[in-house]
Write a protein that binds this ligand. Structure first.
Ligand code: GLC
Length: 543
Protein backbone atom coordinates (compact mmCIF):
# COMPACT_ATOMS: atom_id res chain seq x y z
CA UNK A 1 0.00 0.00 0.00
CA UNK A 2 1.15 3.45 -0.75
CA UNK A 3 1.14 5.10 2.66
CA UNK A 4 1.51 8.57 1.31
CA UNK A 5 -1.73 8.27 -0.63
CA UNK A 6 -3.94 7.14 2.23
CA UNK A 7 -4.14 8.76 5.62
CA UNK A 8 -4.20 6.71 8.84
CA UNK A 9 -7.91 7.36 9.29
CA UNK A 10 -8.59 5.95 5.84
CA UNK A 11 -6.58 2.74 5.96
CA UNK A 12 -7.02 2.24 9.72
CA UNK A 13 -9.63 0.88 12.10
CA UNK A 14 -11.27 2.97 14.85
CA UNK A 15 -12.30 1.47 18.20
CA UNK A 16 -14.68 3.39 20.45
CA UNK A 17 -14.18 3.29 24.21
CA UNK A 18 -16.91 4.46 26.56
CA UNK A 19 -14.54 5.45 29.38
CA UNK A 20 -16.98 4.85 32.24
CA UNK A 21 -17.23 1.22 31.23
CA UNK A 22 -13.82 0.07 30.04
CA UNK A 23 -11.50 -0.40 33.01
CA UNK A 24 -11.76 0.88 36.55
CA UNK A 25 -8.34 1.36 38.20
CA UNK A 26 -9.41 2.80 41.58
CA UNK A 27 -12.33 0.59 42.61
CA UNK A 28 -14.95 3.34 42.43
CA UNK A 29 -16.97 1.31 39.94
CA UNK A 30 -16.34 3.81 37.10
CA UNK A 31 -13.79 3.30 34.35
CA UNK A 32 -10.94 5.78 34.08
CA UNK A 33 -7.96 6.87 32.01
CA UNK A 34 -5.41 4.92 34.01
CA UNK A 35 -7.54 1.84 33.42
CA UNK A 36 -7.48 2.48 29.67
CA UNK A 37 -3.72 2.97 29.83
CA UNK A 38 -3.40 -0.48 31.41
CA UNK A 39 -5.25 -1.96 28.47
CA UNK A 40 -3.12 -0.45 25.72
CA UNK A 41 -1.38 -3.74 24.97
CA UNK A 42 -4.77 -5.37 24.55
CA UNK A 43 -5.85 -2.57 22.20
CA UNK A 44 -2.68 -2.99 20.23
CA UNK A 45 -3.30 -6.74 20.02
CA UNK A 46 -6.72 -6.08 18.47
CA UNK A 47 -5.07 -4.58 15.42
CA UNK A 48 -6.96 -1.30 15.66
CA UNK A 49 -5.29 1.99 14.78
CA UNK A 50 -7.19 4.67 16.64
CA UNK A 51 -9.20 4.96 19.83
CA UNK A 52 -12.18 7.29 20.06
CA UNK A 53 -12.92 8.17 23.67
CA UNK A 54 -16.40 9.31 24.61
CA UNK A 55 -16.17 12.53 26.69
CA UNK A 56 -13.68 12.67 29.56
CA UNK A 57 -14.26 16.35 30.50
CA UNK A 58 -15.44 17.58 33.91
CA UNK A 59 -19.17 17.01 34.02
CA UNK A 60 -22.04 16.66 36.47
CA UNK A 61 -22.83 13.52 34.39
CA UNK A 62 -26.49 14.20 33.74
CA UNK A 63 -25.80 12.73 30.31
CA UNK A 64 -22.68 10.85 31.41
CA UNK A 65 -20.14 13.35 30.13
CA UNK A 66 -22.02 14.73 27.13
CA UNK A 67 -22.81 17.63 29.46
CA UNK A 68 -19.44 19.38 29.59
CA UNK A 69 -18.67 21.79 32.43
CA UNK A 70 -15.10 22.57 31.32
CA UNK A 71 -13.83 21.92 27.80
CA UNK A 72 -10.18 22.06 28.81
CA UNK A 73 -9.80 19.62 31.66
CA UNK A 74 -10.48 16.05 32.71
CA UNK A 75 -13.16 14.92 35.13
CA UNK A 76 -11.59 13.71 38.40
CA UNK A 77 -13.58 10.47 38.06
CA UNK A 78 -11.57 9.77 34.90
CA UNK A 79 -8.21 11.21 35.99
CA UNK A 80 -6.27 14.40 35.48
CA UNK A 81 -4.91 16.40 32.59
CA UNK A 82 -1.49 14.90 33.35
CA UNK A 83 -2.96 11.43 33.14
CA UNK A 84 -4.52 12.37 29.80
CA UNK A 85 -1.19 13.60 28.47
CA UNK A 86 0.43 10.39 29.61
CA UNK A 87 -2.26 8.37 27.84
CA UNK A 88 -1.71 10.32 24.62
CA UNK A 89 2.06 9.74 24.84
CA UNK A 90 1.77 6.06 25.59
CA UNK A 91 -0.73 5.57 22.82
CA UNK A 92 1.49 7.35 20.36
CA UNK A 93 4.47 5.28 21.50
CA UNK A 94 2.47 2.19 20.47
CA UNK A 95 1.42 3.66 17.16
CA UNK A 96 -2.15 4.28 18.29
CA UNK A 97 -4.04 7.51 17.56
CA UNK A 98 -6.41 9.18 19.97
CA UNK A 99 -9.68 10.78 18.87
CA UNK A 100 -11.55 12.86 21.45
CA UNK A 101 -15.26 13.48 21.56
CA UNK A 102 -16.02 17.17 21.07
CA UNK A 103 -19.44 18.33 22.26
CA UNK A 104 -19.96 21.79 20.77
CA UNK A 105 -23.76 21.90 20.45
CA UNK A 106 -24.41 22.27 24.17
CA UNK A 107 -22.52 22.63 27.42
CA UNK A 108 -23.50 21.59 30.90
CA UNK A 109 -25.75 23.96 32.80
CA UNK A 110 -22.89 23.96 35.33
CA UNK A 111 -20.52 25.51 32.79
CA UNK A 112 -19.47 28.92 34.16
CA UNK A 113 -20.62 30.57 30.91
CA UNK A 114 -24.15 29.23 31.34
CA UNK A 115 -24.15 30.20 35.00
CA UNK A 116 -23.29 33.72 33.84
CA UNK A 117 -25.75 33.56 30.97
CA UNK A 118 -28.68 32.72 33.21
CA UNK A 119 -27.67 35.22 35.91
CA UNK A 120 -29.14 38.31 34.19
CA UNK A 121 -30.63 39.24 30.86
CA UNK A 122 -27.95 41.85 30.31
CA UNK A 123 -25.01 39.60 31.17
CA UNK A 124 -22.51 39.56 28.25
CA UNK A 125 -22.79 35.76 28.11
CA UNK A 126 -26.61 35.87 27.83
CA UNK A 127 -26.43 35.64 24.07
CA UNK A 128 -24.03 32.67 24.14
CA UNK A 129 -27.03 30.43 24.77
CA UNK A 130 -30.50 30.40 23.22
CA UNK A 131 -33.03 32.34 25.31
CA UNK A 132 -36.58 33.19 24.25
CA UNK A 133 -39.57 34.82 25.81
CA UNK A 134 -42.49 32.59 26.80
CA UNK A 135 -45.36 32.15 24.35
CA UNK A 136 -48.33 34.47 25.04
CA UNK A 137 -49.88 31.78 27.26
CA UNK A 138 -46.68 31.63 29.31
CA UNK A 139 -45.73 28.22 27.86
CA UNK A 140 -42.62 27.31 25.85
CA UNK A 141 -41.75 29.61 22.90
CA UNK A 142 -42.56 26.93 20.30
CA UNK A 143 -43.27 23.21 19.92
CA UNK A 144 -39.68 21.94 19.68
CA UNK A 145 -39.05 18.64 21.47
CA UNK A 146 -36.18 17.14 23.40
CA UNK A 147 -34.71 13.86 22.11
CA UNK A 148 -34.99 12.65 25.70
CA UNK A 149 -38.71 13.35 26.22
CA UNK A 150 -40.73 16.50 26.82
CA UNK A 151 -40.25 20.00 25.44
CA UNK A 152 -36.85 21.32 24.33
CA UNK A 153 -37.34 24.40 26.51
CA UNK A 154 -36.88 24.98 30.23
CA UNK A 155 -38.17 28.05 31.99
CA UNK A 156 -35.77 30.07 34.12
CA UNK A 157 -37.77 31.71 36.89
CA UNK A 158 -35.30 34.39 37.82
CA UNK A 159 -34.85 35.88 34.34
CA UNK A 160 -38.34 35.05 33.04
CA UNK A 161 -37.23 33.36 29.79
CA UNK A 162 -36.89 29.86 28.42
CA UNK A 163 -33.60 28.32 27.24
CA UNK A 164 -33.24 25.68 24.55
CA UNK A 165 -31.94 22.14 25.10
CA UNK A 166 -32.53 19.28 22.67
CA UNK A 167 -31.27 16.77 25.24
CA UNK A 168 -31.57 16.97 29.06
CA UNK A 169 -32.49 20.19 30.82
CA UNK A 170 -28.91 20.40 32.05
CA UNK A 171 -27.58 20.59 28.45
CA UNK A 172 -28.32 24.19 27.33
CA UNK A 173 -27.59 24.77 23.64
CA UNK A 174 -24.90 27.22 22.60
CA UNK A 175 -25.82 29.98 20.19
CA UNK A 176 -23.66 29.70 17.08
CA UNK A 177 -25.30 32.75 15.55
CA UNK A 178 -23.02 34.62 17.93
CA UNK A 179 -19.55 34.42 16.34
CA UNK A 180 -17.81 34.63 19.71
CA UNK A 181 -19.14 31.18 20.54
CA UNK A 182 -17.52 29.51 17.56
CA UNK A 183 -14.25 31.38 18.15
CA UNK A 184 -14.21 30.00 21.68
CA UNK A 185 -15.05 26.46 20.57
CA UNK A 186 -12.24 26.59 18.00
CA UNK A 187 -9.89 27.55 20.84
CA UNK A 188 -11.13 24.55 22.79
CA UNK A 189 -10.23 22.40 19.79
CA UNK A 190 -6.75 23.96 19.64
CA UNK A 191 -6.25 23.28 23.34
CA UNK A 192 -6.43 19.54 22.65
CA UNK A 193 -4.80 19.59 19.23
CA UNK A 194 -1.82 21.33 20.86
CA UNK A 195 -1.67 18.44 23.33
CA UNK A 196 -1.41 15.96 20.51
CA UNK A 197 -4.88 14.51 20.12
CA UNK A 198 -5.30 13.17 16.62
CA UNK A 199 -8.76 14.46 15.98
CA UNK A 200 -12.36 14.70 17.07
CA UNK A 201 -15.60 12.86 16.79
CA UNK A 202 -17.98 15.80 16.86
CA UNK A 203 -21.20 15.22 18.78
CA UNK A 204 -24.53 16.01 17.03
CA UNK A 205 -22.76 18.22 14.51
CA UNK A 206 -25.88 18.40 12.30
CA UNK A 207 -27.89 20.07 15.07
CA UNK A 208 -25.61 23.03 15.72
CA UNK A 209 -27.77 25.65 13.97
CA UNK A 210 -31.48 26.33 14.54
CA UNK A 211 -34.07 28.34 12.68
CA UNK A 212 -33.60 32.04 13.49
CA UNK A 213 -37.37 32.55 13.34
CA UNK A 214 -37.99 29.69 15.79
CA UNK A 215 -40.87 28.35 13.73
CA UNK A 216 -42.94 25.42 15.01
CA UNK A 217 -41.98 22.09 13.51
CA UNK A 218 -44.70 20.28 11.52
CA UNK A 219 -46.17 16.94 12.57
CA UNK A 220 -44.74 13.93 10.75
CA UNK A 221 -47.72 12.06 9.23
CA UNK A 222 -45.61 8.89 9.10
CA UNK A 223 -44.83 8.83 12.82
CA UNK A 224 -45.07 5.28 14.16
CA UNK A 225 -46.39 6.44 17.54
CA UNK A 226 -43.42 5.10 19.50
CA UNK A 227 -40.80 7.74 20.29
CA UNK A 228 -42.49 11.14 20.88
CA UNK A 229 -39.44 12.98 19.51
CA UNK A 230 -40.20 11.51 16.09
CA UNK A 231 -43.69 13.00 16.12
CA UNK A 232 -42.31 16.17 14.50
CA UNK A 233 -40.31 16.68 11.34
CA UNK A 234 -37.14 18.38 12.49
CA UNK A 235 -36.99 21.03 9.80
CA UNK A 236 -35.93 23.86 12.07
CA UNK A 237 -33.64 22.20 14.62
CA UNK A 238 -31.49 20.00 12.39
CA UNK A 239 -29.50 20.07 9.16
CA UNK A 240 -29.82 23.82 8.56
CA UNK A 241 -27.76 25.11 5.62
CA UNK A 242 -25.86 27.54 7.86
CA UNK A 243 -24.28 24.68 9.79
CA UNK A 244 -21.88 23.99 6.93
CA UNK A 245 -20.04 27.27 7.41
CA UNK A 246 -19.42 26.35 11.06
CA UNK A 247 -18.09 22.97 10.06
CA UNK A 248 -15.79 24.50 7.45
CA UNK A 249 -14.29 26.70 10.13
CA UNK A 250 -13.85 23.77 12.48
CA UNK A 251 -12.16 21.83 9.70
CA UNK A 252 -9.86 24.75 8.83
CA UNK A 253 -8.83 24.92 12.49
CA UNK A 254 -7.99 21.24 12.43
CA UNK A 255 -6.19 21.51 9.12
CA UNK A 256 -3.75 24.00 10.60
CA UNK A 257 -2.33 20.89 12.31
CA UNK A 258 -0.68 17.97 10.72
CA UNK A 259 -2.69 14.85 9.84
CA UNK A 260 -5.69 15.09 12.18
CA UNK A 261 -9.21 13.84 11.57
CA UNK A 262 -12.70 15.22 12.06
CA UNK A 263 -15.63 12.81 12.15
CA UNK A 264 -19.21 14.01 12.44
CA UNK A 265 -22.04 12.32 14.28
CA UNK A 266 -24.92 12.71 11.83
CA UNK A 267 -28.14 10.73 11.65
CA UNK A 268 -29.45 11.61 8.19
CA UNK A 269 -30.33 9.80 4.95
CA UNK A 270 -27.55 9.47 2.37
CA UNK A 271 -28.42 12.46 0.23
CA UNK A 272 -28.22 14.76 3.24
CA UNK A 273 -25.34 12.90 4.88
CA UNK A 274 -23.10 13.39 1.86
CA UNK A 275 -23.34 17.18 2.16
CA UNK A 276 -21.31 16.93 5.39
CA UNK A 277 -18.18 16.06 3.46
CA UNK A 278 -18.49 19.56 2.04
CA UNK A 279 -18.74 20.41 -1.62
CA UNK A 280 -15.00 20.95 -1.73
CA UNK A 281 -14.39 18.10 0.74
CA UNK A 282 -13.68 20.82 3.27
CA UNK A 283 -16.05 19.76 6.06
CA UNK A 284 -15.89 16.50 8.04
CA UNK A 285 -13.42 13.91 6.76
CA UNK A 286 -16.07 11.34 7.56
CA UNK A 287 -19.72 11.90 8.37
CA UNK A 288 -20.53 8.77 10.37
CA UNK A 289 -22.51 6.27 8.33
CA UNK A 290 -24.98 4.48 10.60
CA UNK A 291 -26.88 2.50 7.99
CA UNK A 292 -25.74 -0.91 9.24
CA UNK A 293 -27.26 -0.04 12.60
CA UNK A 294 -30.62 1.04 11.26
CA UNK A 295 -31.20 -1.52 8.50
CA UNK A 296 -32.93 -4.86 8.91
CA UNK A 297 -30.25 -7.57 8.97
CA UNK A 298 -30.97 -9.18 5.60
CA UNK A 299 -28.50 -9.92 2.85
CA UNK A 300 -30.40 -8.10 0.10
CA UNK A 301 -31.08 -5.04 2.24
CA UNK A 302 -27.46 -4.74 3.30
CA UNK A 303 -26.25 -5.27 -0.27
CA UNK A 304 -28.60 -2.59 -1.54
CA UNK A 305 -27.57 -0.04 1.04
CA UNK A 306 -23.83 -0.71 0.64
CA UNK A 307 -24.09 -0.32 -3.11
CA UNK A 308 -26.28 2.75 -2.87
CA UNK A 309 -23.83 4.35 -0.42
CA UNK A 310 -20.91 3.55 -2.73
CA UNK A 311 -22.82 5.13 -5.60
CA UNK A 312 -23.81 8.21 -3.61
CA UNK A 313 -20.31 9.06 -2.36
CA UNK A 314 -18.87 12.24 -3.76
CA UNK A 315 -15.72 11.97 -5.83
CA UNK A 316 -12.81 11.74 -3.38
CA UNK A 317 -15.00 11.28 -0.29
CA UNK A 318 -13.85 8.44 1.95
CA UNK A 319 -16.48 5.93 3.15
CA UNK A 320 -16.92 4.57 6.66
CA UNK A 321 -19.06 1.96 8.42
CA UNK A 322 -20.27 1.57 12.00
CA UNK A 323 -21.91 -1.46 13.63
CA UNK A 324 -22.63 -0.02 17.04
CA UNK A 325 -22.01 2.76 19.53
CA UNK A 326 -22.98 3.89 23.02
CA UNK A 327 -26.38 5.09 21.78
CA UNK A 328 -27.52 1.90 20.03
CA UNK A 329 -28.44 -1.55 21.17
CA UNK A 330 -25.49 -3.86 20.78
CA UNK A 331 -24.76 -5.36 17.42
CA UNK A 332 -24.82 -8.95 18.77
CA UNK A 333 -28.25 -8.32 20.31
CA UNK A 334 -29.61 -6.73 17.14
CA UNK A 335 -28.41 -9.32 14.64
CA UNK A 336 -28.41 -12.31 17.01
CA UNK A 337 -25.55 -14.45 18.27
CA UNK A 338 -25.45 -16.59 15.14
CA UNK A 339 -24.88 -13.56 12.90
CA UNK A 340 -22.49 -11.56 15.08
CA UNK A 341 -19.42 -13.07 13.43
CA UNK A 342 -20.83 -12.37 9.97
CA UNK A 343 -21.44 -8.76 11.06
CA UNK A 344 -17.84 -8.35 12.18
CA UNK A 345 -16.60 -9.86 8.92
CA UNK A 346 -18.79 -7.44 6.97
CA UNK A 347 -17.56 -4.43 8.96
CA UNK A 348 -13.90 -5.39 8.57
CA UNK A 349 -14.08 -6.19 4.85
CA UNK A 350 -16.18 -3.37 3.43
CA UNK A 351 -14.49 -0.44 1.74
CA UNK A 352 -14.19 2.41 4.21
CA UNK A 353 -13.00 3.02 7.74
CA UNK A 354 -14.64 0.66 10.24
CA UNK A 355 -15.54 1.81 13.75
CA UNK A 356 -15.99 -0.92 16.35
CA UNK A 357 -17.65 -0.30 19.69
CA UNK A 358 -15.85 -1.80 22.69
CA UNK A 359 -16.96 -5.36 23.36
CA UNK A 360 -18.01 -6.03 19.76
CA UNK A 361 -14.78 -8.01 19.37
CA UNK A 362 -16.04 -10.56 21.90
CA UNK A 363 -19.70 -10.38 20.88
CA UNK A 364 -20.97 -8.58 24.00
CA UNK A 365 -24.75 -8.35 24.15
CA UNK A 366 -27.05 -5.81 25.80
CA UNK A 367 -27.07 -6.14 29.57
CA UNK A 368 -30.32 -6.56 31.49
CA UNK A 369 -30.84 -3.44 33.57
CA UNK A 370 -33.16 -3.96 36.54
CA UNK A 371 -35.54 -0.98 36.90
CA UNK A 372 -33.77 0.34 40.01
CA UNK A 373 -30.48 0.60 38.06
CA UNK A 374 -31.84 2.50 35.06
CA UNK A 375 -29.81 5.71 34.74
CA UNK A 376 -29.94 6.91 31.16
CA UNK A 377 -32.10 10.07 30.93
CA UNK A 378 -34.32 9.09 27.96
CA UNK A 379 -35.20 5.87 29.82
CA UNK A 380 -35.68 7.59 33.18
CA UNK A 381 -37.88 10.27 31.61
CA UNK A 382 -39.93 7.85 29.49
CA UNK A 383 -40.32 4.58 31.40
CA UNK A 384 -42.97 3.28 28.99
CA UNK A 385 -40.44 3.19 26.12
CA UNK A 386 -37.31 2.66 28.23
CA UNK A 387 -36.62 -0.69 26.55
CA UNK A 388 -36.46 1.09 23.19
CA UNK A 389 -34.75 4.39 23.97
CA UNK A 390 -32.70 3.46 27.06
CA UNK A 391 -28.96 3.20 26.41
CA UNK A 392 -27.78 1.61 29.65
CA UNK A 393 -27.90 -1.94 28.18
CA UNK A 394 -25.15 -1.19 25.65
CA UNK A 395 -22.98 0.59 28.22
CA UNK A 396 -22.37 -2.26 30.69
CA UNK A 397 -18.78 -2.87 31.84
CA UNK A 398 -16.25 -4.48 29.53
CA UNK A 399 -16.03 -8.20 30.19
CA UNK A 400 -12.36 -8.98 30.78
CA UNK A 401 -12.49 -12.22 32.76
CA UNK A 402 -14.74 -14.41 34.87
CA UNK A 403 -13.87 -12.96 38.29
CA UNK A 404 -16.53 -10.95 40.14
CA UNK A 405 -17.12 -7.65 38.27
CA UNK A 406 -15.64 -9.25 35.14
CA UNK A 407 -12.20 -7.77 35.80
CA UNK A 408 -13.63 -4.31 35.10
CA UNK A 409 -13.62 -3.33 38.79
CA UNK A 410 -12.01 -5.26 41.62
CA UNK A 411 -14.42 -7.66 43.31
CA UNK A 412 -16.17 -5.88 46.14
CA UNK A 413 -16.56 -2.64 44.21
CA UNK A 414 -20.02 -1.61 43.02
CA UNK A 415 -19.94 -1.03 39.29
CA UNK A 416 -21.88 1.98 37.98
CA UNK A 417 -23.99 -0.31 35.78
CA UNK A 418 -24.38 -4.02 36.45
CA UNK A 419 -22.07 -6.33 34.55
CA UNK A 420 -24.00 -8.29 31.90
CA UNK A 421 -25.14 -11.72 33.04
CA UNK A 422 -23.11 -13.68 30.49
CA UNK A 423 -19.71 -12.37 31.59
CA UNK A 424 -18.43 -15.63 33.02
CA UNK A 425 -18.80 -17.37 29.65
CA UNK A 426 -18.15 -14.35 27.45
CA UNK A 427 -14.97 -12.49 28.32
CA UNK A 428 -11.57 -11.61 26.92
CA UNK A 429 -9.58 -14.07 29.06
CA UNK A 430 -11.71 -17.00 27.98
CA UNK A 431 -11.62 -15.98 24.31
CA UNK A 432 -7.84 -15.57 24.45
CA UNK A 433 -7.64 -19.30 25.30
CA UNK A 434 -10.09 -20.49 22.70
CA UNK A 435 -8.56 -20.80 19.24
CA UNK A 436 -11.84 -20.27 17.37
CA UNK A 437 -13.34 -17.49 19.53
CA UNK A 438 -14.88 -14.29 18.22
CA UNK A 439 -11.85 -12.42 19.59
CA UNK A 440 -9.51 -14.57 17.51
CA UNK A 441 -11.74 -13.98 14.50
CA UNK A 442 -11.61 -10.24 15.08
CA UNK A 443 -7.82 -10.28 15.28
CA UNK A 444 -7.48 -12.51 12.24
CA UNK A 445 -9.63 -10.10 10.25
CA UNK A 446 -7.84 -6.96 11.41
CA UNK A 447 -4.44 -8.55 10.74
CA UNK A 448 -5.43 -9.41 7.20
CA UNK A 449 -7.04 -6.03 6.62
CA UNK A 450 -3.83 -4.32 7.71
CA UNK A 451 -1.68 -6.54 5.52
CA UNK A 452 -3.72 -6.45 2.33
CA UNK A 453 -4.25 -3.32 0.30
CA UNK A 454 -7.37 -4.83 -1.29
CA UNK A 455 -9.05 -4.88 2.12
CA UNK A 456 -7.78 -1.65 3.63
CA UNK A 457 -8.08 0.65 0.64
CA UNK A 458 -9.02 -1.38 -2.45
CA UNK A 459 -12.09 -0.79 -4.55
CA UNK A 460 -15.44 -2.38 -3.82
CA UNK A 461 -16.83 -4.40 -6.71
CA UNK A 462 -20.32 -5.82 -6.86
CA UNK A 463 -20.54 -9.54 -7.61
CA UNK A 464 -22.92 -10.33 -10.38
CA UNK A 465 -24.06 -13.86 -9.80
CA UNK A 466 -27.37 -15.56 -9.24
CA UNK A 467 -27.22 -16.13 -5.50
CA UNK A 468 -29.81 -17.27 -2.97
CA UNK A 469 -31.39 -14.22 -1.34
CA UNK A 470 -29.72 -15.01 1.97
CA UNK A 471 -26.24 -14.56 0.50
CA UNK A 472 -24.35 -11.36 -0.13
CA UNK A 473 -21.04 -11.47 -2.01
CA UNK A 474 -18.64 -8.73 -3.06
CA UNK A 475 -15.10 -8.35 -4.22
CA UNK A 476 -12.32 -6.10 -2.99
CA UNK A 477 -9.70 -5.20 -5.52
CA UNK A 478 -5.98 -5.27 -4.77
CA UNK A 479 -3.77 -2.34 -5.65
CA UNK A 480 -0.76 -2.64 -7.92
CA UNK A 481 -0.62 -6.42 -8.31
CA UNK A 482 -1.80 -7.30 -4.79
CA UNK A 483 -4.34 -10.10 -4.48
CA UNK A 484 -8.07 -9.53 -4.76
CA UNK A 485 -10.49 -10.87 -2.17
CA UNK A 486 -13.98 -12.24 -2.44
CA UNK A 487 -16.34 -12.00 0.52
CA UNK A 488 -19.32 -14.34 0.74
CA UNK A 489 -21.68 -13.83 3.67
CA UNK A 490 -24.56 -16.09 4.58
CA UNK A 491 -27.19 -14.11 6.48
CA UNK A 492 -29.34 -17.19 6.93
CA UNK A 493 -29.34 -20.48 8.80
CA UNK A 494 -29.19 -22.85 5.80
CA UNK A 495 -26.12 -24.00 3.86
CA UNK A 496 -25.87 -23.12 0.16
CA UNK A 497 -23.67 -24.29 -2.66
CA UNK A 498 -23.17 -21.58 -5.24
CA UNK A 499 -21.39 -20.95 -8.50
CA UNK A 500 -19.05 -17.97 -8.29
CA UNK A 501 -16.81 -19.11 -11.13
CA UNK A 502 -17.14 -15.74 -12.88
CA UNK A 503 -14.85 -14.41 -10.14
CA UNK A 504 -12.19 -17.08 -10.84
CA UNK A 505 -11.71 -20.83 -10.83
CA UNK A 506 -10.07 -21.38 -7.49
CA UNK A 507 -9.57 -19.41 -4.33
CA UNK A 508 -8.16 -19.99 -0.88
CA UNK A 509 -10.08 -19.46 2.31
CA UNK A 510 -8.18 -16.67 4.05
CA UNK A 511 -10.68 -16.43 6.90
CA UNK A 512 -13.86 -18.33 7.66
CA UNK A 513 -16.02 -16.94 10.46
CA UNK A 514 -15.79 -20.36 12.17
CA UNK A 515 -11.97 -20.20 12.02
CA UNK A 516 -12.27 -23.87 11.18
CA UNK A 517 -12.17 -23.96 7.41
CA UNK A 518 -9.02 -23.23 5.48
CA UNK A 519 -7.47 -24.23 2.19
CA UNK A 520 -8.36 -24.19 -1.49
CA UNK A 521 -11.89 -24.14 -2.79
CA UNK A 522 -13.38 -24.41 -6.29
CA UNK A 523 -15.55 -21.39 -6.97
CA UNK A 524 -17.84 -23.25 -9.38
CA UNK A 525 -19.33 -25.13 -6.41
CA UNK A 526 -18.62 -23.17 -3.26
CA UNK A 527 -20.41 -24.32 -0.13
CA UNK A 528 -21.22 -21.67 2.43
CA UNK A 529 -22.38 -23.00 5.77
CA UNK A 530 -25.28 -21.70 7.87
CA UNK A 531 -24.50 -18.22 9.27
CA UNK A 532 -21.07 -18.47 7.74
CA UNK A 533 -18.89 -15.78 6.24
CA UNK A 534 -15.96 -16.57 3.98
CA UNK A 535 -13.13 -14.26 3.03
CA UNK A 536 -11.47 -15.78 -0.02
CA UNK A 537 -8.17 -14.84 -1.54
CA UNK A 538 -8.13 -14.70 -5.30
CA UNK A 539 -4.69 -14.98 -6.80
CA UNK A 540 -3.58 -11.73 -8.40
CA UNK A 541 -3.89 -11.67 -12.16
CA UNK A 542 -0.47 -10.76 -13.49
CA UNK A 543 -0.55 -9.41 -16.99
C1 GLC B 1 -24.93 12.31 20.97
C2 GLC B 1 -24.26 11.33 21.89
C3 GLC B 1 -25.22 10.90 22.93
C4 GLC B 1 -25.63 12.12 23.72
C5 GLC B 1 -26.17 13.22 22.80
C6 GLC B 1 -26.22 14.53 23.50
O1 GLC B 1 -25.97 11.73 20.27
O2 GLC B 1 -23.73 10.26 21.15
O3 GLC B 1 -24.71 9.92 23.78
O4 GLC B 1 -26.60 11.79 24.67
O5 GLC B 1 -25.36 13.41 21.68
O6 GLC B 1 -24.93 15.02 23.70
Amino acid sequence: MNDTTYRWWQSGIIYQIYPRSYQDSNADGIGDLRGIRRRLDYLRSLGVDAIWLSPIYPSPMHDFGYDVADYRDVDPRFGTLDEMERLIDEMHARGLKLILDLVPNHSSSDHPFFVESRSRRDNPKRDWYIWRDPAPDGGPPNNWLSFFGGPAWTYDESSGQYYLHQFVTQQPELNYRNPEVLAWMLDNMRFWLDRGVDGFRVDVIWLMMKDPAFRDEPEDPDWDGVNPHNRLKHLYTADLPEVHELIRQMRATLDAYDDRVMIGEIYLPNDRLMTYYGEALDETHMPYNFQLIDAPWQAQTVKRLVEQYEADLLEGAWPNWVLGNHDQHRMASRVGAAQARVANMLLLTLRGTPTSYYGEEIGMVDGEIPPEFVQDPPAVNQPEIAHIVGRDPERTPMQWNSTANAGFSPSGATTWLPVAADYSERNVAQQEQEPTSMLQLYRTLTRLRRAESALSVGDYMAVDAELPTELYAYRRQGQGGDDDFLVVLNFGGAAHTVDLSREGQRATIAVATSLQRWGAVALAALTVGPNEGLLLRLAAVHQ
